[in-house]
Design a protein around this ligand. Sequence first.
Ligand code: SF4
Ligand code: SF4
Length: 102
Amino acid sequence: MPQSPSPDIYDCQACGACCAYSEDWPRFSLETDEQLDAIPEAMVATDLSGMKFENGRCVALNGELGKCVGCTIYTVRPIVCRDCMPGDPECLMAREAIGLPV
Ligand code: SF4
Ligand code: SF4
């Protein structure tokens, strides 16, 4: 979940779609060992490939999708989460998948 740069419809704090799009989405990529160590172990997938995904969402996501959400590990979230920007193609795909306006 990136920051929302503007208070338009792509408000990450009222969305969370990319955090609930697919268990294959919040994967680790170019994180350093130090960055990975900062993520609570209990929130990491058992195969260590990315964030744990349960009940259709990343376990680090708090709140209600499409209403009010927050990433509980925001400052240490994976690179893929930082790279997805409000309004970009991945964002639109995720929002559409949960029925939010694009
Ligand atoms: S780590 Fe945070 S930003 Fe990344 S998918 Fe999970 S809840 Fe979303
Ligand atoms: S899908 Fe888009 S608007 Fe929603 S949380 Fe992710 S980046 Fe933000």
